[in-house]
Design a protein. Structure first.
Length: 249
């Protein structure tokens, strides 16, 4: 009986983690640049152990959490500080503990002209320096497809300010999800300048979460969780009956 009870318990815990992942996706369905989170399941015991130790009953667990880096749809905003990436790349920003990568491009300028993300992380250039754009009261910001930022002044004057750092990572499994839409590089991972990626001004990339698919997954996970919970309740009832029978004996 014990093997079945622990199998149901491990399955319930795994489904609870899957539900939390789907809930996070649904909460961020309208978050620009968000990448949906997914979980993969695995058996705790190897095949031969399933037969010999647990009589074929599977002890399930969440093997790992990973992110789906498929691109999201584009939305035109006409805001000159909204940038979207067309292609496989990330913007680079400065986090509290080091550089972070993100696809979220709804940037803004603070009072000192520092270019930041919507949650106040400085945006970095290709030399890992923070970007300051001064003089916007007399001009406007423009960006080329290669990420070069310009300040457009009167009489057609154009001053180059900086070039946005747009990088990529060969193995995206080496990216660790951080707060908001940002990712950090795992130890040993390296980034490289992205090639063939275009920066599009006045547009934003939306979340890649499909609400209908996520709701279907949520229902499926809840049903599985409830089934495991019922099995655990049945084992609890059987245990009480066994105790009563033992007392009568």
């Amino acid at each position: 009986m014990g093997s079945g009870k622990y199998s149901a318990l491990s399955g319930a815990i795994a489904r609870e983690q899957a539900i939390a992942s789907v809930a996070a996706n649904l909460a961020n369905v309208n978050t620009n640049g968000y990448r949906r989170s997914q979980v993969s399941f695995a058996a705790i015991l190897r095949g031969e152990q399933q037969a010999s130790q647990s009589r074929g009953i599977n002890y399930a667990r969440v093997e790992r959490n990973y992110s789906d880096f498929q691109g999201g749809a584009m939305r035109k905003t006409d805001d000159p500080l909204n940038f979207a990436l067309h292609g496989d790349g990330f913007f680079k920003v400065q986090g509290a503990s080091g550089p972070l990568l993100t696809r979220r491009g709804d940037f803004r300028l603070d009072a000192q002209g520092l270019l930041t993300t919507s949650n106040n992380l400085p945006v970095l250039d290709e030399g890992n320096n923070q970007i300051v754009i001064a003089g916007t009261e007399n001009g406007e910001v423009a960006v080329a497809e290669d990420g070069t930022l310009y300040l457009l002044g009167p009489q057609g004057a154009r001053t180059e300010v900086a070039r946005l750092a747009v990088v990529t990572v060969t193995d995206k499994n080496q990216l660790r999800r951080e707060a908001d839409t940002a990712f950090a590089l795992e130890d040993g991972a390296t980034e490289t300048p992205a090639e063939g990626v275009r920066v599009i001004q006045g547009s934003l990339e939306l979340s890649n979460v499909n609400m209908s698919a996520e709701l279907a997954q949520m229902i499926d996970n809840y049903r599985a969780f409830e089934t495991y919970h019922k099995v655990l309740k049945s084992y609890s009832t059987l245990g009480e009956v066994q105790e009563d029978l033992g007392t009568l004996g």
